[in-house]
Ligand binder design. Structure first.
Ligand code: VGL
Ligand code: ZN
Length: 217
C-alpha cells in the first residue's frame, strides 16, 4: 500500500541523537541503521512539514539511575504513582551525545521540540511530558503548532521505537491526528519489544508503514 502525502501531513523525527546510537550512553539496537534513510527522506522534501524532537535533560535528571542511590539503569521505580524506568545518564544538555545526529542534514526542519528539560519529570512523547507531581501532563506545544498549520496526519520515525516514538504516535492519535509509524526508520532500545509494539500500534489505530511507501501528492 502506498501513502499519498498531502500538504496536511507532517514528519516527526524523534530523538535521533548520538547517545542513542550503538556505543552511546543509551544505545538503541541498530540505532545507526536509520540515519541514512532519514537523511534521504529529508532531502526528498516529500513532506511539507518536518519536525524533530531532541531529548534534552539537565544533569542529575530524575530519569537517571545515578540520581537514585542504590538503583541501577533499566530498573523500574514508582514515580508520582507511575512506573518510571531508570536510564543511564543520557542526552545531557550541551553535550555531544545530545546533539541532533551530525550525519543528517537537518536544514529542512521547520522546528525542533526539546523535551525532558524539567529536572523532576521525564518526557517520552513529543507532545507532552510524562506524569509529574501535579497530575496533568504539560504540553510541549507540538499539537498546537501542527493544528495552526492544518496538519491532520503525522508520520513518526526515530528512536526509540518502544519508548519515545511509540509514545509520540500514541499521543498523536489521542490528540486527534491520524498517525503512522515508519517502521524501517525506527529501532528499539529494548530488544524483544517489537511484537508488543506492533500489537499496541494496531490496537490504537496507528498504521505501520515504511519510507518506501511514501508518495508525493
Ligand atoms: C528515550 C529513554 C529515555 C527515547 C529517551 O528517545 O526513546 N528513551 N529517554
Ligand atoms: Zn531521556
Amino acid at each position: 500500500m502506498s501513502h499519498i502525502l498531502s500538504s496536511h501531513a507532517a514528519l516527526i523525527i524523534v530523538d535521533v541523537q548520538p547517545d542513542f546510537m550503538p556505543g552511546g550512553a543509551l544505545a538503541c539496537h541498530e540505532g545507526d541503521a536509520i540515519v541514512p534513510g532519514i537523511d534521504e527522506l529529508l532531502r526528498s522534501r516529500i513532506f511539507r512539514h518536518v519536525l524533530a524532537t531532541q531529548d534534552w535533560h539537565p544533569r542529575g535528571h530524575i530519569s537517571f539511575a545515578s540520581s537514585h542511590p542504590g538503583r541501577v539503569p533499566f530498573e523500574q521505580i514508582d514515580l508520582y504513582g507511575q512506573p518510571q524506568t531508570l536510564w543511564p545518564d543520557h542526552c545531557v544538555q550541551g553535550t555531544p551525545g545530545a546533539e541532533l545526529h551530525p550525519a543528517i542534514d537537518w536544514s529542512p526542519l521547520d522546528a525542533v521540540i526539546r523535551k525532558g528539560s524539567d529536572p523532576g519529570v521525564d518526557s517520552y512523547s513529543g507532545f507532552r511530558e510524562n506524569h509529574g507531581p501535579a497530575g496533568a501532563r504539560p504540553s510541549t506545544g507540538l499539537a498546537g503548532w501542527l493544528r495552526e498549520r492544518g496538519v491532520e496526519e503525522v508520520f513518526v520515525c526515530g528512536l526509540a521505537r518502544d519508548v519515545c516514538v511509540l509514545w509520540t504516535a500514541q499521543d498523536a492519535v489521542e490528540l486527534g491526528f491520524r498517525a503512522h509509524l515508519l517502521w524501517d526508520l525506527s529501532r528499539p532500545v529494548t530488544l524483544d519489544t517489537d511484537a508488543a509494539t506492533r500489537t499496541t500500534l494496531l490496537t490504537q489505530g496507528i498504521t505501520i508503514t515504511e519510507a518506501s511507501e511514501l508518495r508525493r501528492e
